[in-house]
Each structure stands twice: as structure tokens, then as C-alpha cells.
Design a protein around this ligand. Structure first.
Ligand SMILES: Nc1nc2c(ncn2[C@@H]2O[C@H](COP(=O)(O)OP(=O)(O)OP(=O)(O)O)[C@@H](O)[C@H]2O)c(=O)[nH]1
Ligand SMILES: [Mg+2]
Length: 343
């Protein structure tokens, strides 16, 4: 399959072409850039949903139940699962874990042409995983999936970056796990549009929900809104009424028992509501613009680095800096002026 065939294949919903395109992008094969260029005009239509949370909270289980739910609602669903290769995962491959824990029971996901699953491993890759995940999401988007799920463990900066490709971020917790400090440190509370406390069949759900609610009420935007209100409004705030009026999104907190499908359709409703809110409030455009900015700057920097490699002898330049013959600022200025004016 050449690049043209792959691109046309994506547009005509050919699965083999889809899988091929992802392989191209994942491995940065020659032609991957051409594929991404050709499909760009057809992207931006999917609702990208990030699912994140510590290992074992039930992300995959929730994702497969949500997939069933959105299939019932007539949506095509694409799934990207990112294996962080972190010490948390104990070295098991994500694909294996999925098959063990839930995917087996949902084998129809693999044969259902309305669903496509792909796992990506970060192991052995130095950075760039967020960008690559974004590119895989674009391919699924161009193919025509209405909903695209991205599952990551969300521990660490790179992981949090991946979630930033999402229009809606769902942060999943379970009772009595990783209270306060651990979670706050991981930086995943701030990025939540929707919270889920899964495993509501276990003890301690109420406590976790209460703690989360207090975290939400302390967030900067909510505090700001609260400071403009009179005491009498407080009850209206707690009931969610004020935020509806002031058009402010407060992350709802859902409880689920994912393996039994409890709470899933309510969660799906919330996800749809958030997308609607984002579209109407302009938040979607804002989020996608900042994503495009990061992407563009990354591409530009990448191209410049390639140019420098091609045109200059790095070893020699670095040696001069180390030996104090030249300072890095002057060298940088020289390189940039050469790149700009001597093409
Ligand atoms: N008791 C209980 N167990 C659940 C629930 N949801 C999922 N589980 C179980 O929790 C375990 C982990 O679920 P997964 O969906 O694989 O969790 P995950 O967050 O995707 O895990 P990683 O991808 O390894 O980080 C599985 O054994 C599930 O069957 C629930 O609501 N209650
Ligand atoms: Mg999982």
C-alpha cells in the first residue's frame, strides 16, 4: 500500500488502510508526514475523550462499557490505549492486560466494524509520545469515528500531556485510593472535566466523593464565582443552579460500578453534555487552538533541528562551546542567521 492508497483507504473506511496509517505514524516511516497532511482537512469532527487515573481503577472496564453505550447511541468508536511502561504497570503489556481484564468478555468490540482498538506502547521511546498519540487520534478522526477514547494512566507529565489531546477529560478514581496529596501531585485533578469514583461497590465511596467535592469547590474558577455571591446564594451554588446560570462548567462527580455497568449511561450523558457545553461556550475552540499551537511549535522546532543537523557539524560546534572558544548564545545567533539568510 502506498501513501495515496492509504489516504484514499482511510477516506473510504478501509480498515487495513487505517491500521497501516497508524503504523506509519507510530514508527515515523517515510510518508507519514504526507498522510497527516492529506487527512488534515477531514479532522476535527470527532469528540476526543481522555480517560485517566491510577493503575487498576477501572479505566478499561469503563471504556468498554462506554463503548457499548455509545454504540447503542449510534456512534462509531475509536480507542487508543497508551501503555506508559511505568513501574506501576509491572511490565505487563497493555494489550495483554486488556484482554485479561474485560476485553475478553467484550470480544464483539474487535469484530464490530463500528469500533477500532489500538494500543500504543511508550516503552523504549524517548518522548514525543503525546504528539504521536495526537497523530493517531487524527487518523481515527479522519476515518470517521464519532467518539475517540484515549486511555492513559496519567502518572507523570508526559501522560498528562497525552490527555491534553482530549476535548473532554474524565478522571477516574476508586474509594480509598490515592487521596489528596498523591493525586494533587500527579496533576490530574486540575485537568478533569468529569470525575468518576469507580468501584462504588467497595467501602469508602462517600468519603472519596466528599473529598473530591471539596477539591472541586476549592478550584480557582469556582472560588472566583463564589466570591461574587452573597451568602444566600450558597445553597443555590451547592445545587448547581448558579453555575448553570453563570454558564460555568463544574466537573460533575459520578459514581460507577463499571464491571456491572452501573452508572455508565449517566456518565455517557455527562460526557455528551460537556461536549455540548464546550462547543457553545467556545471552550472547544480555545482548547483546540492551544493544542494546535503546541503542535505547530513542536513541528517547527523539529524541522529546525533537522536542518541544523543537515547543515552544520554539531560535534565541532559543541566542542567549541565546551572549550570556551564560543558561547552558546553567539553560536545560536550564527546558526539562526545562517538558516534564515543562506538557504
Ligand atoms: N469491585 C469492582 N471491581 C471493578 C470495577 N470495575 C472494574 N473492576 C475490576 O478492577 C480491575 C481493574 O480494571 P481495569 O478496567 O483493567 O482497570 P484499568 O484502570 O484499566 O487498569 P490499568 O490499565 O492496568 O491501569 C479488574 O479486575 C476489573 O474487573 C468495579 O466497579 N468494582
Ligand atoms: Mg486499562
Amino acid at each position: 500500500m502506498n501513501v495515496d492508497e492509504i489516504v484514499n483507504g482511510i477516506f473510504s473506511k478501509n480498515r487495513r488502510a487505517l491500521a497501516r496509517a497508524i503504523t506509519y505514524v507510530e514508527n515515523e516511516l517515510p510518508g507519514s508526514k504526507e498522510i497527516l497532511k492529506a487527512i488534515h482537512s477531514r479532522t476535527g469532527r470527532a469528540h476526543v475523550i481522555g480517560l485517566t487515573g491510577f493503575p487498576g481503577v477501572g479505566k478499561s472496564t469503563i471504556m468498554s462499557k462506554l463503548t457499548e453505550e455509545f454504540r447503542k447511541r449510534g456512534k462509531m468508536v475509536g480507542i487508543v490505549a497508551v501503555d506508559p511502561g511505568s513501574p506501576f504497570t509491572g511490565g505487563a503489556l497493555l494489550g495483554d492486560r486488556l484482554r485479561m481484564e474485560g476485553f475478553d468478555a467484550n470480544k464483539q468490540l474487535w469484530v464490530d466494524p463500528g469500533v477500532f482498538f489500538r494500543s500504543m506502547s511508550s516503552r523504549g521511546r524517548a518522548g514525543g509520545l503525546a504528539a504521536k498519540t495526537g497523530d493517531v487520534v487524527k487518523i481515527l478522526d479522519a476515518y470517521g469515528f464519532d467518539i475517540i477514547f484515549v486511555e492513559t494512566v496519567g502518572a507523570g507529565q508526559g501522560e498528562v500531556d497525552i490527555v491534553k489531546v482530549a476535548d473532554t477529560v474524565v478522571v477516574i478514581l476508586m474509594p480509598e485510593v490515592g487521596d489528596d496529596i498523591q493525586l494533587s501531585k500527579a496533576g490530574i485533578l486540575e485537568i478533569a472535566d468529569i470525575f468518576v469514583v469507580n468501584k462504588a461497590d467497595l467501602e469508602g465511596v462517600e468519603k472519596t466523593v466528599r473529598w473530591l467535592r471539596s477539591m472541586v469547590m476549592m478550584s480557582e474558577e469556582v472560588v472566583q464565582t463564589l466570591s461574587t455571591l452573597t451568602h444566600a446564594d450558597e445553597a443555590r451554588v451547592l445545587s448547581g443552579e448558579i453555575f448553570k446560570v453563570s454558564n460555568h462548567w463544574v466537573p460533575p462527580i459520578h459514581t460507577t460500578i463499571a464491571d456491572r455497568g452501573v452508572g455508565i449511561s449517566e456518565l455517557a450523558d455527562s460526557i455528551e453534555k460537556h461536549y455540548e457545553y464546550q462547543r457553545k461556550s467556545g471552550g472547544l475552540l480555545k482548547r483546540r487552538s492551544s493544542r494546535a499551537k503546541i503542535e505547530l511549535e513542536e513541528i517547527i522546532l523539529g524541522e529546525i533541528k533537522n536542518l541544523i543537523k543537515k547543515k552544520f557539524n554539531y560535534t565541532e560546534i559543541l566542542k567549541e562551546i565546551v572549550e570556551n572558544k564560543k558561547d552558546p548564545y553567539t553560536v545560536a545567533e550564527e546558526i539562526i542567521s545562517k538558516l534564515c539568510y543562506e538557504r
